[in-house]
Design a protein around this ligand. Structure first.
Ligand SMILES: [Zn+2]
Length: 361
Protein backbone atom coordinates (compact mmCIF):
# COMPACT_ATOMS: atom_id res chain seq x y z
CA UNK A 1 0.00 0.00 0.00
CA UNK A 2 2.87 2.30 0.76
CA UNK A 3 3.87 2.87 -2.82
CA UNK A 4 0.35 4.06 -3.58
CA UNK A 5 0.26 6.70 -0.89
CA UNK A 6 3.92 7.68 -1.13
CA UNK A 7 4.53 7.54 -4.84
CA UNK A 8 1.41 7.16 -6.95
CA UNK A 9 -0.91 9.48 -5.04
CA UNK A 10 1.41 12.51 -5.06
CA UNK A 11 1.96 11.97 -8.81
CA UNK A 12 -1.75 11.96 -9.49
CA UNK A 13 -2.21 15.03 -7.32
CA UNK A 14 0.54 16.82 -9.24
CA UNK A 15 -1.12 15.98 -12.58
CA UNK A 16 -4.41 17.28 -11.31
CA UNK A 17 -2.68 20.36 -9.96
CA UNK A 18 -4.32 19.86 -6.61
CA UNK A 19 -2.63 21.13 -3.48
CA UNK A 20 -2.81 19.78 0.05
CA UNK A 21 -5.59 21.59 1.84
CA UNK A 22 -5.48 21.73 5.62
CA UNK A 23 -8.38 19.96 7.30
CA UNK A 24 -9.51 22.75 9.56
CA UNK A 25 -9.67 26.00 7.67
CA UNK A 26 -12.25 27.35 10.08
CA UNK A 27 -12.11 27.33 13.84
CA UNK A 28 -14.99 27.80 16.18
CA UNK A 29 -14.53 30.15 19.12
CA UNK A 30 -15.39 28.22 22.29
CA UNK A 31 -16.77 31.38 23.90
CA UNK A 32 -18.97 33.02 21.23
CA UNK A 33 -19.19 30.07 18.79
CA UNK A 34 -18.42 32.28 15.79
CA UNK A 35 -16.28 30.82 13.03
CA UNK A 36 -12.82 32.28 12.42
CA UNK A 37 -10.65 31.63 9.37
CA UNK A 38 -7.39 29.93 10.32
CA UNK A 39 -5.22 32.70 8.88
CA UNK A 40 -7.10 35.37 10.81
CA UNK A 41 -6.77 33.28 13.93
CA UNK A 42 -3.02 32.96 13.43
CA UNK A 43 -2.74 36.68 12.81
CA UNK A 44 -4.68 37.49 15.98
CA UNK A 45 -2.43 35.15 18.04
CA UNK A 46 -5.37 32.82 18.65
CA UNK A 47 -7.53 35.51 20.17
CA UNK A 48 -11.11 35.47 18.89
CA UNK A 49 -11.58 38.29 16.39
CA UNK A 50 -15.26 38.53 17.36
CA UNK A 51 -15.32 38.48 21.16
CA UNK A 52 -11.66 38.72 22.22
CA UNK A 53 -11.65 35.31 23.89
CA UNK A 54 -8.08 34.14 24.50
CA UNK A 55 -7.88 30.55 23.30
CA UNK A 56 -5.53 28.00 24.79
CA UNK A 57 -2.37 27.67 22.73
CA UNK A 58 0.49 25.15 22.59
CA UNK A 59 3.65 25.86 24.58
CA UNK A 60 5.75 26.31 21.44
CA UNK A 61 3.39 29.04 20.23
CA UNK A 62 4.02 30.89 23.50
CA UNK A 63 7.73 30.81 22.79
CA UNK A 64 7.15 32.01 19.21
CA UNK A 65 4.83 34.83 20.28
CA UNK A 66 7.09 35.96 23.11
CA UNK A 67 10.68 35.57 21.99
CA UNK A 68 12.47 37.23 19.10
CA UNK A 69 13.09 34.97 16.08
CA UNK A 70 16.11 32.72 16.47
CA UNK A 71 15.35 31.62 20.04
CA UNK A 72 16.55 28.23 21.19
CA UNK A 73 14.51 25.51 22.79
CA UNK A 74 16.61 23.48 25.18
CA UNK A 75 16.76 19.76 25.71
CA UNK A 76 15.40 18.84 29.14
CA UNK A 77 16.83 16.16 31.42
CA UNK A 78 14.94 12.90 31.23
CA UNK A 79 13.12 11.71 34.34
CA UNK A 80 12.02 8.13 35.01
CA UNK A 81 8.77 7.31 33.24
CA UNK A 82 5.99 5.77 35.30
CA UNK A 83 7.94 5.16 38.54
CA UNK A 84 4.83 3.85 40.36
CA UNK A 85 3.66 1.60 37.49
CA UNK A 86 0.33 3.30 37.81
CA UNK A 87 -2.78 2.09 36.12
CA UNK A 88 -6.37 3.39 36.11
CA UNK A 89 -8.59 2.44 33.17
CA UNK A 90 -5.40 2.43 31.13
CA UNK A 91 -1.72 2.16 31.91
CA UNK A 92 -0.11 5.49 32.73
CA UNK A 93 2.84 4.48 30.54
CA UNK A 94 0.46 4.27 27.56
CA UNK A 95 -1.15 7.61 28.31
CA UNK A 96 2.28 9.16 28.58
CA UNK A 97 3.45 7.70 25.26
CA UNK A 98 0.32 8.92 23.55
CA UNK A 99 0.73 12.44 24.93
CA UNK A 100 4.39 12.44 23.89
CA UNK A 101 3.57 11.33 20.37
CA UNK A 102 0.80 13.89 19.98
CA UNK A 103 2.77 16.87 21.29
CA UNK A 104 6.32 15.93 20.24
CA UNK A 105 7.37 16.77 23.80
CA UNK A 106 8.79 14.60 26.58
CA UNK A 107 6.70 16.29 29.23
CA UNK A 108 4.34 19.22 29.71
CA UNK A 109 6.83 22.11 29.66
CA UNK A 110 8.92 23.78 26.96
CA UNK A 111 11.99 25.74 28.03
CA UNK A 112 13.59 28.20 25.63
CA UNK A 113 15.99 31.07 25.79
CA UNK A 114 16.49 34.05 23.55
CA UNK A 115 15.51 37.67 23.65
CA UNK A 116 12.33 39.71 24.03
CA UNK A 117 12.66 42.86 21.93
CA UNK A 118 16.40 42.50 22.26
CA UNK A 119 16.45 41.83 26.02
CA UNK A 120 17.75 38.46 27.11
CA UNK A 121 15.19 36.12 28.72
CA UNK A 122 14.54 32.51 29.59
CA UNK A 123 11.00 31.25 29.31
CA UNK A 124 9.23 28.10 30.44
CA UNK A 125 5.79 27.43 28.99
CA UNK A 126 3.26 24.81 30.04
CA UNK A 127 1.50 22.69 27.44
CA UNK A 128 -2.06 22.18 28.64
CA UNK A 129 -2.61 19.66 25.86
CA UNK A 130 -0.07 17.36 27.50
CA UNK A 131 -2.13 15.58 30.16
CA UNK A 132 -3.70 18.83 31.30
CA UNK A 133 -0.32 20.47 31.86
CA UNK A 134 -0.07 18.42 35.03
CA UNK A 135 3.04 18.74 37.16
CA UNK A 136 5.12 15.56 37.12
CA UNK A 137 8.74 15.12 38.22
CA UNK A 138 9.63 15.85 34.59
CA UNK A 139 7.81 19.18 34.77
CA UNK A 140 9.51 19.99 38.07
CA UNK A 141 12.82 19.19 36.43
CA UNK A 142 11.98 21.53 33.56
CA UNK A 143 11.25 24.43 35.93
CA UNK A 144 14.46 23.77 37.87
CA UNK A 145 16.40 23.62 34.60
CA UNK A 146 14.85 26.90 33.42
CA UNK A 147 15.75 28.56 36.74
CA UNK A 148 19.34 27.31 36.53
CA UNK A 149 19.58 28.51 32.95
CA UNK A 150 18.27 31.95 33.91
CA UNK A 151 20.89 32.23 36.66
CA UNK A 152 23.63 31.00 34.33
CA UNK A 153 22.67 33.46 31.63
CA UNK A 154 21.96 36.31 34.04
CA UNK A 155 18.51 36.61 32.46
CA UNK A 156 15.00 36.98 33.90
CA UNK A 157 12.81 33.89 34.06
CA UNK A 158 9.29 34.09 32.68
CA UNK A 159 6.95 31.16 33.24
CA UNK A 160 3.67 30.80 31.34
CA UNK A 161 1.50 28.48 33.40
CA UNK A 162 -1.47 26.39 32.22
CA UNK A 163 -2.02 23.40 34.42
CA UNK A 164 -4.59 21.28 36.15
CA UNK A 165 -2.22 20.71 39.09
CA UNK A 166 -0.14 17.75 40.20
CA UNK A 167 -0.09 14.61 38.04
CA UNK A 168 -1.95 12.08 40.12
CA UNK A 169 -0.43 9.14 38.25
CA UNK A 170 2.90 9.95 39.88
CA UNK A 171 1.40 10.44 43.33
CA UNK A 172 3.63 11.87 46.03
CA UNK A 173 6.49 12.31 43.55
CA UNK A 174 4.34 14.90 41.78
CA UNK A 175 3.52 16.66 45.04
CA UNK A 176 7.23 16.92 45.78
CA UNK A 177 7.54 19.18 42.74
CA UNK A 178 5.75 21.91 44.67
CA UNK A 179 8.63 22.62 47.09
CA UNK A 180 11.12 21.92 44.30
CA UNK A 181 9.69 24.57 41.99
CA UNK A 182 9.42 27.01 44.90
CA UNK A 183 13.15 26.54 45.51
CA UNK A 184 13.78 27.04 41.79
CA UNK A 185 11.91 30.36 41.91
CA UNK A 186 13.88 31.34 45.01
CA UNK A 187 17.13 30.57 43.20
CA UNK A 188 16.25 33.11 40.50
CA UNK A 189 15.32 35.73 43.09
CA UNK A 190 18.48 35.19 45.11
CA UNK A 191 20.50 35.83 41.98
CA UNK A 192 18.79 39.23 41.82
CA UNK A 193 16.91 38.31 38.64
CA UNK A 194 13.25 39.03 37.93
CA UNK A 195 10.88 36.08 38.15
CA UNK A 196 7.75 36.85 36.16
CA UNK A 197 4.71 34.58 36.06
CA UNK A 198 2.11 34.80 33.30
CA UNK A 199 -0.97 32.87 34.38
CA UNK A 200 -2.81 31.46 31.39
CA UNK A 201 -6.11 29.65 31.17
CA UNK A 202 -6.39 27.51 33.27
CA UNK A 203 -3.93 27.55 36.17
CA UNK A 204 -5.08 25.48 39.11
CA UNK A 205 -4.11 23.00 41.81
CA UNK A 206 -0.51 22.38 42.80
CA UNK A 207 0.88 24.84 40.29
CA UNK A 208 -1.19 27.68 41.75
CA UNK A 209 -0.24 26.45 45.21
CA UNK A 210 3.48 26.62 44.52
CA UNK A 211 5.75 28.70 42.27
CA UNK A 212 2.96 30.21 40.14
CA UNK A 213 1.98 32.64 42.90
CA UNK A 214 5.54 33.67 43.71
CA UNK A 215 6.32 35.90 40.76
CA UNK A 216 7.90 39.27 41.40
CA UNK A 217 5.27 40.34 38.93
CA UNK A 218 2.05 38.41 38.48
CA UNK A 219 0.45 38.79 35.07
CA UNK A 220 -2.56 36.98 33.63
CA UNK A 221 -4.25 36.74 30.27
CA UNK A 222 -7.80 38.13 30.07
CA UNK A 223 -10.46 35.71 31.20
CA UNK A 224 -7.97 33.11 32.46
CA UNK A 225 -9.31 30.73 35.09
CA UNK A 226 -6.96 30.83 38.05
CA UNK A 227 -7.60 29.07 41.32
CA UNK A 228 -6.74 26.15 43.54
CA UNK A 229 -9.87 24.02 43.76
CA UNK A 230 -12.61 24.24 41.14
CA UNK A 231 -15.52 26.62 41.65
CA UNK A 232 -18.05 23.77 41.91
CA UNK A 233 -16.11 22.07 44.69
CA UNK A 234 -15.85 25.35 46.61
CA UNK A 235 -19.54 26.05 46.13
CA UNK A 236 -20.46 22.64 47.48
CA UNK A 237 -18.11 23.05 50.44
CA UNK A 238 -19.07 26.55 51.54
CA UNK A 239 -22.70 26.12 50.40
CA UNK A 240 -22.86 29.60 49.00
CA UNK A 241 -23.30 30.97 45.53
CA UNK A 242 -19.95 32.28 44.32
CA UNK A 243 -19.77 35.80 42.89
CA UNK A 244 -19.81 36.45 39.15
CA UNK A 245 -16.42 36.04 37.50
CA UNK A 246 -15.00 34.18 40.51
CA UNK A 247 -11.51 32.76 39.78
CA UNK A 248 -11.21 34.76 36.58
CA UNK A 249 -8.19 36.98 35.94
CA UNK A 250 -10.18 40.24 36.14
CA UNK A 251 -11.74 39.25 39.49
CA UNK A 252 -8.34 38.35 40.92
CA UNK A 253 -6.89 41.64 39.71
CA UNK A 254 -9.65 43.55 41.50
CA UNK A 255 -8.91 41.59 44.67
CA UNK A 256 -5.18 42.18 44.63
CA UNK A 257 -3.90 38.75 43.59
CA UNK A 258 -2.55 39.98 40.26
CA UNK A 259 -0.49 42.96 39.19
CA UNK A 260 -1.81 43.17 35.66
CA UNK A 261 -4.08 41.52 33.11
CA UNK A 262 -2.47 41.80 29.70
CA UNK A 263 -3.91 40.94 26.30
CA UNK A 264 -1.90 38.44 24.30
CA UNK A 265 -1.19 41.02 21.61
CA UNK A 266 0.45 43.32 24.19
CA UNK A 267 2.24 40.61 26.17
CA UNK A 268 5.55 40.76 24.35
CA UNK A 269 6.02 44.49 24.66
CA UNK A 270 4.78 44.46 28.26
CA UNK A 271 7.35 41.82 29.19
CA UNK A 272 10.06 43.73 27.33
CA UNK A 273 9.12 46.91 29.19
CA UNK A 274 9.10 45.14 32.56
CA UNK A 275 12.50 43.61 31.91
CA UNK A 276 13.90 46.98 30.95
CA UNK A 277 12.37 48.63 34.03
CA UNK A 278 13.72 45.99 36.34
CA UNK A 279 17.12 45.48 34.79
CA UNK A 280 18.43 48.50 32.97
CA UNK A 281 20.25 51.15 34.97
CA UNK A 282 18.38 54.36 35.69
CA UNK A 283 19.29 57.63 34.04
CA UNK A 284 21.46 60.05 35.98
CA UNK A 285 19.35 62.65 37.82
CA UNK A 286 20.81 65.32 35.52
CA UNK A 287 19.16 63.70 32.54
CA UNK A 288 15.79 63.92 34.24
CA UNK A 289 16.08 67.54 35.33
CA UNK A 290 14.82 69.17 32.17
CA UNK A 291 12.55 71.24 34.41
CA UNK A 292 9.14 70.59 35.88
CA UNK A 293 7.47 73.13 33.59
CA UNK A 294 8.20 71.24 30.41
CA UNK A 295 4.89 70.80 28.59
CA UNK A 296 3.42 67.37 28.76
CA UNK A 297 3.38 65.61 25.42
CA UNK A 298 0.15 64.35 23.93
CA UNK A 299 0.96 60.90 25.24
CA UNK A 300 0.77 62.17 28.77
CA UNK A 301 -2.86 63.16 28.56
CA UNK A 302 -5.30 60.84 30.29
CA UNK A 303 -6.95 60.21 26.93
CA UNK A 304 -4.01 58.02 26.03
CA UNK A 305 -4.83 55.62 28.76
CA UNK A 306 -8.31 54.16 28.15
CA UNK A 307 -7.70 52.48 24.82
CA UNK A 308 -4.51 51.01 26.02
CA UNK A 309 -5.80 50.10 29.42
CA UNK A 310 -8.59 47.97 28.01
CA UNK A 311 -6.53 44.84 28.03
CA UNK A 312 -4.28 45.79 30.84
CA UNK A 313 -4.71 46.63 34.42
CA UNK A 314 -4.47 49.99 36.07
CA UNK A 315 -2.46 48.49 38.91
CA UNK A 316 0.60 48.44 36.73
CA UNK A 317 3.91 47.46 38.11
CA UNK A 318 5.33 50.05 35.79
CA UNK A 319 3.91 52.78 37.93
CA UNK A 320 5.62 51.46 41.01
CA UNK A 321 9.12 51.53 39.66
CA UNK A 322 10.77 54.89 40.08
CA UNK A 323 12.66 56.26 37.14
CA UNK A 324 10.78 53.85 34.99
CA UNK A 325 10.73 56.12 31.99
CA UNK A 326 14.46 56.28 31.77
CA UNK A 327 15.46 54.24 28.72
CA UNK A 328 12.62 54.71 26.30
CA UNK A 329 11.06 57.96 27.47
CA UNK A 330 9.46 60.02 24.75
CA UNK A 331 10.80 63.54 24.62
CA UNK A 332 7.27 64.83 24.99
CA UNK A 333 6.73 63.23 28.34
CA UNK A 334 7.03 65.68 31.18
CA UNK A 335 10.29 64.80 32.88
CA UNK A 336 9.22 66.40 36.12
CA UNK A 337 6.11 64.32 36.43
CA UNK A 338 5.78 61.50 38.88
CA UNK A 339 7.81 58.48 37.80
CA UNK A 340 4.70 56.41 37.29
CA UNK A 341 3.35 59.00 34.92
CA UNK A 342 6.46 59.08 32.87
CA UNK A 343 6.45 55.33 32.57
CA UNK A 344 2.96 55.42 31.18
CA UNK A 345 3.75 58.24 28.85
CA UNK A 346 6.79 56.57 27.40
CA UNK A 347 4.71 53.82 25.90
CA UNK A 348 1.06 54.68 25.61
CA UNK A 349 0.05 51.10 25.05
CA UNK A 350 1.31 50.23 28.48
CA UNK A 351 -0.97 50.08 31.39
CA UNK A 352 -0.17 52.81 33.80
CA UNK A 353 -1.65 54.84 36.56
CA UNK A 354 -3.58 57.86 35.29
CA UNK A 355 -0.98 60.58 34.70
CA UNK A 356 -0.77 63.33 37.23
CA UNK A 357 -0.19 66.90 36.11
CA UNK A 358 3.42 67.89 35.75
CA UNK A 359 3.05 70.48 38.44
CA UNK A 360 2.51 67.78 41.01
CA UNK A 361 6.20 67.10 41.18
ZN1 LIG B 1 -15.33 34.48 20.26
Amino acid sequence: MNWISEWALPKIQTWLGRKEVPDNLWHKCPACEQMIFHRDLERSLHVCTHCGHHMRIPAMKRAEYTLDPGFQRIELPKSPADPLRFRDQRKYADRLKEAQARSAMDDAVVVAHGAIEGRRAVIAAFEFGFMGGSMSPGVGEAIVTAAKLAVLQDAPLIVFTASGGARMQEGALSLMQMPRTVIAAQMVKEAGLPFIVVLCDPTTGGVTASFAMLGDIQIAEPGAMIGFAGARVIEQTVREKLPEGFQRAEYLLEHGILDMVVKRGAMRETLARLISLLREPLLEPAALSAGPDAPAGPEATPAAAPGAAAGTAPAAAAGSVPGAAAPGAAPGAAPGAAPGTAAGAAKPSASAAPPKPASAA
